[in-house]
Design a protein around this ligand. Structure first.
Ligand SMILES: CC(C)(COP(=O)(O)OP(=O)(O)OC[C@H]1O[C@@H](n2cnc3c(N)ncnc32)[C@H](O)[C@@H]1OP(=O)(O)O)[C@@H](O)C(=O)NCCC(=O)NCCSC(=O)C[C@H](O)C(=O)O
Ligand SMILES: [Mg+2]
Length: 285
């Protein structure tokens, strides 16, 4: 039986130093978790956070949620020890910050072996090397780091994210070319639900698989935005049925709601239904 696509609608960062948050995450409706050893953890707390995280992952309880460990960069005082520890944890992937090119993933793989790697896409150089990074044989996912990218580019905040669009687009093209997952950056104003909903809708329209989040209050909005809507599911079913009928009648094209339906539209419709099934399977746990 073919594997259902893994939902990545919501990808919650949890500071690895916060035991209470690590505990709470076991009950949250998040599709994936980034256990953070990097920016969310103060320098003095980093070695202890590594131990706290190893213990939390060994204890388990995170179910089918994808478990990703974000380490510090290998050029920092903590990176190599983080990488070694992360490879030994019960995690699904190791996430490297500020990836400028595939050589950094090679260097990480020297420590982590064949553990799947994810790349933080958050530097101007990383944007220009996005295709090479996505093509790395161990790369399974990309995470937009829009705070660092905005900082390095000297952009001003705009609700429409116009200054970031080139970078977001380059990374999306790279991820789609190489079949790796890609999730959008965080929305910092975690109490602004309307602002988050607008940014999630934009990210969904652009083709992101989901959104990275910083607070549990953001989960519901992201899960809704990146789930197929009832209308999309209904349309997908009707497109498939109409196309099957057209094929049976010796035609190559069907018409639904005044729009043509060809084999490529049916492929999208099947993806919509598969995504809906995958979400239902995850929610049923
Ligand atoms: C932003 C926060 C510091 C707010 O924390 P806090 O004041 O504790 O919030 P609340 O009191 O509202 O919390 C309510 C309960 O929820 C739990 N909680 C809070 N945050 C999380 C979380 N992220 N995961 C799981 N659980 C969480 C609290 O423990 C409370 O639980 P309870 O006691 O049962 O009531 C805080 O949310 C936070 O630290 N968020 C994460 C920040 C972070 O990870 N930042 C780094 C990633 S963003 C980044 O680096 C992006 C990228 O690199 C870029 O460049 O863009
Ligand atoms: Mg960052």
């Amino acid at each position: 039986m073919p594997q259902l696509p893994r939902p990545l609608r919501s990808v919650l960062y949890i500071p690895a130093s916060r035991s209470r948050a690590l505990e709470k995450a076991r009950t949250l409706q998040t599709d994936a978790i980034i256990f953070d050893l990097e920016d969310a953890v103060a320098p003095d707390e980093k070695p202890a956070a590594r131990t706290t995280l190893a213990e939390a992952l060994a204890a388990g309880g995170y179910g089918e949620r994808l478990k990703i460990v974000r380490i510090n960069g290998l050029e920092t005082d903590w990176g190599a020890d983080d990488a070694q520890a992360a490879a030994e944890m019960a995690a699904d992937a190791v996430l490297l910050p500020k990836v400028d090119g595939p050589a950094q993933l090679d260097a990480l793989a020297q420590i982590t072996g064949d553990t799947p790697l994810w790349a933080m896409m958050e530097t101007p150089q990383g944007m220009l090397a996005a295709a090479e990074i996505a093509a790395h044989p161990l790369c399974q996912g990309m995470v937009m780091g829009t705070n660092d990218l905005a900082k390095d580019m000297g952009t001003r905040f705009r609700a429409d994210r116009l200054p970031l669009m080139t970078g977001l687009g380059l990374c999306l093209l790279a991820a789609k070319t190489h079949g790796v997952a890609i999730v959008d950056g965080v929305f910092n104003a975690f109490k602004d639900t309307d602002g988050l909903a607008a940014e999630c809708a934009q990210g969904r329209d652009m083709g992101f698989d989901g959104k990275t989040l910083i607070h549990p209050a953001q989960l519901e909005v992201a899960n809704a935005a990146f789930s197929p809507t009832e209308e999309e599911v209904d349309l997908a079913r009707r497109q498939i049925a109409a196309y099957d009928e057209a094929i049976a009648a010796g035609q190559a094209v069907a018409v639904v709601d005044g729009r043509i339906v060809e084999n490529l539209h049916v492929a999208t419709a099947r993806e919509t239904l598969a995504k809906m099934d995958a979400i239902a399977a995850l929610s049923a746990e």
